[in-house]
Design a protein around this ligand. Sequence first.
Ligand SMILES: *Cc1c(COP(=O)(O)O)cnc(C)c1O
Length: 479
Amino acid sequence: MSPEEFRKFGKQVVDWIADYHAGIESHPVRSQVGPGEVRQRLPEHPPEEGESFEQVLADLDRVLMPGVTHWQHPSFFAYFPANATGPAILGDLLSSGLGVQGMVWATSPACTELETVVVDWLAELLGLPAHFRTDAAGGGVIQDSASSAVLVACLAALERAGGGQVARRGITARHVLYASAHTHSSLERAARMVGVGADNVRIVDVDPSTLAMDPAHLDALIRADLAAGAVPTMVCATIGTTSTTAIDPVRAIGEVCREHGVWLHVDAAYAGVAAVCPELRWINDGVAEFADSYCTNPHKWLLTNFDCSVLWLADRAPMIDALSILPEYLRNPATASGEVIDYRDWQVPLGRRFRALKLWSVLRWYGAAGLREHIRGTVGLAREFASWVREDPRFALLEPHPFGLVCFRPEFPGVPVEQANERTMRLMESLNDSGEVYLTHTKVDGRVLLRFAVGSPRTERRHVEAAWRRVRDAVDAAS
Ligand SMILES: *Cc1c(COP(=O)(O)O)cnc(C)c1O
């Protein structure tokens, strides 16, 4: 594709995206296709001769779009938001256009140095401690996902717990990780990947009313493991669990970790970005004093398209000890001088994209004030939705709901739990089949709850009101 052809089709693609966003409400929120429908409409074999880009775009409209779920739709309330905004998309496009590999400083200095600046900026915007900054012992790095972040944290924790020998000798003791039943599944996957094994992930009890990890039970489990000769290695505390946005007591957990020398990883993948608002910084209580690593995803709620997850460390040394290998073909004077950061040592893959461009673009476009406005807008809408649920006796509401997620369920008086769960699921399916709104569910104490997650910058009060009307109508129809 020549530069002139690229210019022509590039403009078409940008127009396509702008039209898509402008007209997004004309689509059903959740794709309505069945399994295999998209695939069936695609050719079985790749083309022998090159085709025109117009044909690609035509097939995007004709074949793929029916199979797309519209995550940017203002009535998308499923899972968590995955904001893709103009400045983020353009920043990502520039990153693709430059096509650099930023594995070491020398392969593209700006890729590394901009990343250092934006992760330090973000630490400042979120009120995170000074020792997370790159000019201190710690530092931040952009990962593809919170799942990679917890894996890297786990490798660093193992290196520290194993006296700096695990990277060379492998695991020689029984290392144990601690989580709650509400911790994200990526922690157990990390345990499997590093060779700790799922059976060595202890599930700490939660307080039944707040669903937050119980520090006293954590302490008891760690003591029992120590007595049995195991090595308590890492605790994963969550600020804003995926299921219900419960908040583990990081400070109390941190005190237990400190006493036993256990690494504390704080997973704030969804909720951490809320700390751009000073009135929400209480969620990070204890992080400054106790967290060895901390992760939050701008790619969920902070207006930055996937992938962009930021991991900070209080001390980067154990991570670098765990991951650094310098093959001959990567040797270069800058690395040898020790004056530069080589982010390949801060992540699992070698290659890395220029992801900092999109985060930079977002932070500059919105500014701190714009980011705060987005978070506050979301929290306000969620609060309003929750107030309607609370006032309606046909529904039960899960409290508290400090962020953009509201969990609730219709009450079916006199109906046994299993049947009530089935009815709630059917009700949700009927809502999602309508294409007018999209919600997902979770289960707490054996009861199905609907999850209503606000968070798109396109979502206005009228979308939330319309969704509430639809939910009520569906309950009316079901009873
Ligand atoms: C979404 C989520 C994750 C996983 O995030 P990815 O970036 O998709 O890997 C991890 N932890 C929590 C609490 C989450 O909500």
